[in-house]
Design a protein. Structure first.
Length: 219
């Protein structure tokens, strides 16, 4: 079974958590499969809140009603992928650049179900470069501060977020204390947010694997 088949497996398994109302929907290749499956039960939900322009477009193509988060109020469920997860279900997200909106929707949701293939589960976060969204004028300053924290930040050139900002991808981190690092980076002037989801980790992690989907809950 290839990686894409495992992603599909996790995405389909997440449908069991959809109970109607408005669903928060993330961004990325695994979530694209979830959107395709969600279209099959769109009559059961009022609509969806989207974390990116790309997901909004895909849902609208399926005829799913996309609702602004300000109008939706608190959400019961958010479904999104991850670039890495540890066993505490703390995540690195933002490979697709939608980390800020993803973090907002996750914060507004009672339950966060993360869907991924089994290769994304790691013992220590940081092998995947950590994305940091920055205001353009702060790029160099924030980069210097990230070096002081032990990282090697690389500007994601020719990429602008849906919010009009830039991304620094921080390489060579071994993230032993995810909550501490998330707070340190978020405190830097000019940082919009960091792609560490540690203060608000996933509640459930569904991993597609060779032997079928497996569900993990935080230790």
């Amino acid at each position: 079974m290839n990686q894409d088949e495992m992603k599909k497996q996790a995405a389909e398994a997440a449908l069991a958590y959809v109970e109607g109302g408005v669903v928060g929907v993330g961004t990325g290749s695994t979530v694209n499969h979830f959107i395709d499956y969600l279209a099959g039960i769109k009559g059961r939900i009022e609509g969806a809140v989207s974390s990116s322009e790309a997901s909004t477009q895909r849902m609208r193509q399926h005829g799913i009603n996309v609702i602004d988060l300000n109008a939706a109020g608190p959400l019961s469920l958010y479904v999104d992928g991850a670039d890495e997860s540890n066993h505490q279900l703390q995540l690195i997200k933002g490979g697709g650049g939608a980390l800020t909106r993803e973090k907002i929707v996750a914060a507004a949701s009672a339950q966060f179900v993360c869907i991924a293939d089994e290769t994304k589960l790691v013992s220590c976060l940081g092998q995947f470069p950590l994305p940091v969204e920055v205001i353009p004028m702060a790029r160099s300053y924030v980069g210097r501060e990230l070096v002081k924290l032990g990282g090697n930040p690389v500007w994601r050139e020719n990429f602008v977020t849906d919010n009009g900002n830039l991304i620094l991808d921080v390489h060579n981190l071994e993230i032993m204390e995810p909550i501490k690092l998330e707070n340190q980076i978020n405190a830097l002037a000019g940082v919009v947010t960091v792609g560490l989801f540690a203060n608000r980790p996933a509640d459930v992690l569904i991993l597609g694997s060779q032997s079928g989907p497996r569900t993990l809950k935080a230790d």
